[in-house]
Design a protein. Structure first.
Length: 766
């Protein structure tokens, strides 16, 4: 029976979804059927009117047939409905809001100018509220909506008058104030339930949030403010349980936390408000947690996505505020782990309660349990160093996914997914923190490449995700979440993607750290006579780092290519791999060659040679990097002939190959001409090279019967001619101009000859 329980729940959920869709489709069918009947009736009436009756019987035609009025009724009805909405609903709500604002402004003016005594202000305020309340009861039988609006406005006035009497004037002691506010809250709740009107709760309770700010005198009495808000929230809790008016507690949730956050950012002081702030955020959190769960659990209804998001947002805001409050306190900092664990225990207790009540929606149990697991997991980094946290989380991900997938327990598998992203973020934070912390004055911060605890963390992470991907690729283990195809597809892509990114970046961090430490150690003081000594660093080291990263990247992508070709044979992975290979080649031909050129210039200039040695390696490293470029191009070549890709990229590969050859050749030409101190490398030499290569492309295009090569050659030659007349001729001497013109002219003649000689072969084939 236990083996089938999961499938039964899935089938029940699917049945509920199909029933909902059936109801929606039935409503649409009924609507379409009604519309068709109305249109048919209108057509029949129009036909009766238009029909030509005999003269002798025309006067006997029924009057109602000759003048059908049905088509004109609908606009009139719509107009009447809009007018009804504005006149009966919108205007009175706007009116009561304006009235409350006017009373607030008038009261504030009277207070600021001391026109009337405090007791008189309070008494007049209560009289206004009581007058509105009496008027509301008087109109209730005949005008229920209008009466509800007046009643809600009167309660808002009662709230802020009581608040002002206690906070600003100290006319009413604390205990009577709370008793009165409690009475107002109970009355407002009872009125909202009796009238069955959300407007009473919205204006009477939620509108009361604005009261302290309308009458604020900057006194800073936050205890009274938050106590006042807590009382309002309790009233909303009762209404939410009875009626489940979502807009009501959404408004309450947003306003409560917004008010607290605003005060926390602008007015919080650790020495004065530490304990008080913890008490109130706990009270607010508990209130909204109960609001979110009470109605659904009592009626065993299914939780919608907005309900889950409210629970998640409430937990996140409470934990974030609590963590920050404790962290800023000298003693509270020691209880961060306990606070985090307390959050886990709260959610665990709620999960047990949900389990014992056996609600209709089992997903809620999984979600709350997940919150408990997440908070218990987050408790670890509070007490331990970051790198150990990542190791523990990586192991937890592997265990959760293994149990969930192999034992067919959906809860564990679903919990492993957010944990995967959490541990990946933790790994990125570790890298950013540790690998950028080297200080020559602190020998302990030096990192030995590959032989350090940080790389061990990366290795454990990679091992855990390799295990997860291995389990995920075993066909005998089917995901219990397969009913959610979108989630399955996302995670099937995300899991190998995270693994590959982690493998790539793990070695990138080691390489960049190695070169960065050498760069920092190259610091030299060149002028000690200055008040602030002048320092320099060997920037060639940074260039070596860039070229090394390019070499590693092309090696990584090439190895990934051959793994996919020989083992995996994934079309999607192949297309992504091909795109990354192309990007890597493009970046090397631009950024990489520019870096190599910097090393050549540094070698030729020998700047700061008294401090740093610039040897032949500045030149030789270019040929070292060309080996990796060749490997990259070869891996792309092997890819495009694989049948599992199902896409023909031969033309695109030819384009990339010839761009690479031409770019490398041109760069090599510039390199040797610079070494021999030639001044015409960018003009004379390049123009002739481009012309020769255009001729080679024409020849290849004719030989291989590839039209796109011939067109590319013509474009290249055209660009060379433009370069010749716009750029080259400006500074070339007469001999150089002669050489360029004669060379390019001969090349053009040769190209023309080839086209004439092989025109039948070229154009017949095309």
């Amino acid at each position: 029976m236990s083996d089938n329980s999961g499938k039964i729940i899935q089938l029940q959920n699917k049945l509920e979804m199909l029933l909902k869709q059936h109801v929606i489709f039935q409503e649409k069918l009924d609507s379409l059927h009604s519309e068709i009947q109305i249109l048919k009736a209108q057509d029949e009436e129009n036909e009766i009117v238009v029909e030509q009756l005999p003269p002798e019987t025309y006067h006997e035609a029924p009057a109602e047939v000759a003048t059908p009025e049905a088509p004109e009724d609908e606009p009139t009805k719509i107009k009447t409905d809009i007018e009804k909405f504005i006149g009966e609903n919108l205007i009175n709500k706007i009116g009561i809001i304006i009235t409350i604002i006017g009373v607030g402004i008038g009261a504030k003016y009277a207070i600021d100018h001391d026109l009337i005594s405090p007791w008189t202000r309070i008494i007049l305020g209560y009289l206004v509220g009581a007058g509105l309340l009496g008027f509301a009861f008087h109109l209730r039988k005949k005008y229920a909506n209008f009466s509800a609006v007046l009643l809600s406005g009167s309660m808002a006035i009662m709230y802020f008058i009581t608040f002002a009497a206690y906070t600003f004037y100290s006319l009413i002691p604390l205990l009577p104030t709370f008793i009165m506010m409690t009475i107002f809250t109970v009355f407002t709740v009872a009125a909202a339930l009796t009238y069955n009107k959300q407007v009473i709760a919205h204006i009477g309770l939620v509108g009361a949030y604005a009261v302290p700010f309308l009458l604020s005198d900057k006194s800073g009495n936050v205890v009274a403010l938050f106590s006042y808000i807590a009382i309002i929230n309790i009233g909303i809790l009762v209404i939410a349980y009875k009626k489940y008016w979502k807009p009501l507690y959404y408004s309450s949730f947003i306003l409560t936390w917004l008010i607290f956050l605003t005060w926390y950012i602008t007015g919080y002081k650790t020495a004065e408000h530490f304990a008080m702030s913890l008490v109130f955020i706990s009270l607010f959190f508990t209130t909204f947690y109960i609001i979110s769960l009470a109605y659904k659990l009592a009626r065993k209804e299914k939780f919608e996505i907005e309900d889950i998001l409210l629970l998640l947002a409430n937990s996140a805001v409470f934990y974030g505020l609590g963590y920050d409050i404790l962290r800023a306190h000298q003693t509270g900092e020691d209880f961060l782990g306990a606070f985090t664990l307390a959050n886990a225990l709260i959610n665990l207790v709620i999960a047990v309660i949900i389990y014992l009540r056996k609600p209709a929606d089992r997903n809620l149990l999984a979600f709350v349990t997940g919150l408990a697991v997440i908070f218990a997991t987050i408790a670890v980094p509070v007490q331990l160093d970051g790198k150990w946290v990542t190791m523990l989380w990586a192991g937890e991900v592997a265990i959760l996914f293994w149990i969930g997938r192999t034992k067919n327990v959906a809860v564990y598998e679903s919990l492993s997914y957010p944990m995967m992203f959490l541990v990946f973020c933790s790994l990125l934070i570790d890298w950013d923190t540790v690998y950028n912390s080297y200080d020559p004055a602190l020998p302990g911060t030096r990192i030995t490449p590959l032989f350090n605890v940080n790389f061990l963390t990366s290795a454990i992470f990679i091992t855990a995700f390799s295990f997860v991907n291995f389990i995920n690729n075993q066909r005998q283990f089917v995901s219990s979440l397969s009913i959610n195809k979108l989630l399955t597809n996302i995670m099937n892509f995300a899991m190998p993607a995270i693994l590959l990114v982690a493998v790539y970046l793990a070695f990138v961090m080691e390489l960049t750290t190695f070169w960065n430490q050498l760069y920092i150690d190259s610091k030299v003081i060149i002028d000690q006579d200055l008040t602030v000594p002048k320092h320099i660093w060997n920037h060639d080291i940074q260039i070596y780092s860039t070229i090394t990263i390019f070499a590693y990247t092309m090696t990584f992508l090439s190895v990934l290519t051959f793994i996919n070709i020989l083992r995996i044979k994934s079309s999607m992975m192949g297309l992504i791999n091909l795109a990354l290979n192309g990007i890597a080649v493009g970046l090397f031909l631009s950024v990489g060659l520019f870096a190599i050129g910097y090393l050549r210039e540094s070698f030729l200039s020998q700047e700061l040679s008294g401090f740093y040695y610039r040897g032949i390696m500045n030149i030789g490293i270019r040929y070292f990097s060309f080996i990796f470029l060749g490997m990259m191009l070869f891996s792309i070549y092997k890819y495009i002939y694989q049948l599992f890709l199902k896409v023909d990229f031969k033309m695109e590969f030819d384009f990339l190959l010839h761009v690479a050859i031409l770019t490398i050749t041109a760069n090599e030409l510039i390199n040797w001409m610079d070494l021999f101190r030639s001044e015409q490398s960018y003009k004379l030499g390049l123009s002739i090279l481009f012309g020769v290569y255009a001729l080679i492309l024409i020849s290849l295009g004719i030989w291989k019967k590839k039209k796109y090569l011939r067109i590319g050659a013509i474009v290249l030659f055209g660009a060379t001619l433009v370069k010749l007349f716009i750029y080259d001729l400006s500074d070339l001497n007469t001999i150089s101009k002669t050489i360029v013109f004669v060379s390019l002219g001969i090349l053009l003649l040769v190209i023309s000859f080839l086209y004439n000689k092989y025109k039948n072969l070229i154009f017949d084939h095309d």
